[in-house]
Design a protein around this ligand. Structure first.
Ligand SMILES: O=C(O)CCC(=O)C(=O)O
Length: 324
């Protein structure tokens, strides 16, 4: 495996995504494209203003904490996910109702329901993930990985990844290894960056001729992909941009789900703490508990490398963070 996955590919190396927006209402076409590619690119699926509301909320938290200036540009040293100081913004982000509500947007749920057609009901995982990626920390870019070891439960879980603002490639979008979901679980090793694990794609890239896909993205665009599909973030190579994004996850409500997918991301806060300032009687509170017969399981059967959690927060190479 190449040692520094962040430096080996530049923006020119990627092919564009295949656009599925013309098939967003066609379950058969969505199934066929997902079966072939392992991902769907749905440009403009979400209204820009719905996404902008979440972006504004996240940027407001960043400003309040001194992470961003009045114009939304990063301020001070890069803050890294999971490291000291991270929680001063991430805990309030987890308490932000609009951030969770976007996972239930009817246009997103409609596309997922068509993809999962045949499922009696769709389970939206409540464990929603927000990402705030600073420039000046490219070593900490999310490595190539499959989501299943991090999610467990059923492999037929789909992640919706969406930028919360326009995201040109140099700000760091998300690249898809087209067709990689067809090869099951790949070998993995601990790695630096969110998730803390890297999939070994050498064999399938070499022997199967798989190609990486990425392009500039707009607020409202959505990537939807299977938990076996290999994907990686592009590094934030800007001087003054914060990359803001969300990960939401969906599955057939009758398939197994792991208990940690039903807890707030990172398990630091309780739902009572998350909901403390939400309206009484809000339908979004504990909505999954109203679904009949969820099959909650302990584990999905795939073990993470023992050092993954440690590697996720490993110290940066000398000089990189200091460079900003
Ligand atoms: O946005 C990112 O950097 C990582 C998103 C991702 O790959 C994931 O959460 O699985």
């Amino acid at each position: 495996m190449k040692e520094d996955t962040n430096e080996e590919m530049n923006e020119d190396t990627y092919l564009p995504y295949r656009d599925s927006s013309g098939s967003a209402d066609d379950a058969t076409a969505l199934h066929a494209r997902m079966a072939e590619d392992g991902y769907l690119f749905l440009p403009g699926l979400l209204p820009g203003e719905s996404v902008a509301a979440v972006r504004d909320a996240v940027l407001g938290l960043c400003r309040d904490a001194g992470w961003a200036d009045a114009a939304g540009r990063p301020a001070g040293r890069p803050r890294l996910e999971g490291q000291e100081g991270w929680w001063e913004v991430y805990d309030p982000l987890q308490k932000t109702r609009a951030f969770h509500a976007l996972a239930h947007h009817p246009r997103l749920l409609g596309a997922v329901a068509r993809l999962l057609s045949g499922a009696p009901a769709v389970l939206v995982h409540p464990r929603n993930i927000g990402r705030i990626t600073f420039p000046g920390a490219t070593h900490f870019t999310t490595p190539a990985h499959q989501d299943f070891p991090l999610i467990q439960g059923t492999p037929d879980t789909y992640t919706a990844w969406l930028p919360l603002a326009d995201c040109p490639m140099r700000l760091g979008g998300l690249a898809m290894l087209r067709g990689s979901h067809r090869f099951g679980m790949l070998p993995m090793r601990p790695a630096v960056g969110p998730g803390g694990v890297e999939a070994d794609t050498r064999a399938i890239e070499r022997e199967e001729g798989l190609t990486w896909h990425a392009q500039d993205l707009k607020a409202g665009d959505v990537l939807l992909f299977h938990s076996h599909t290999v994907h990686r973030a592009l590094p934030n190579r800007t001087a003054d941009g914060l990359r803001l994004s969300a990960d939401y996850r969906y599955q057939d409500a009758s398939a197994p789900v792991v208990a940690h997918s039903l807890e707030p991301h990172y398990g630091r806060l309780s739902w009572e703490q998350v909901y403390a300032d939400w309206p009484e009687g809000d339908d979004l509170r504990y909505y999954w508990r109203r679904l009949p017969g969820l099959a909650v399981v302990e584990h999905g059967g795939v073990r993470l490398p023992a050092q993954a959690a440690v590697a996720a927060v490993a110290a940066p190479p000398a000089g990189e963070v200091a460079a900003r």
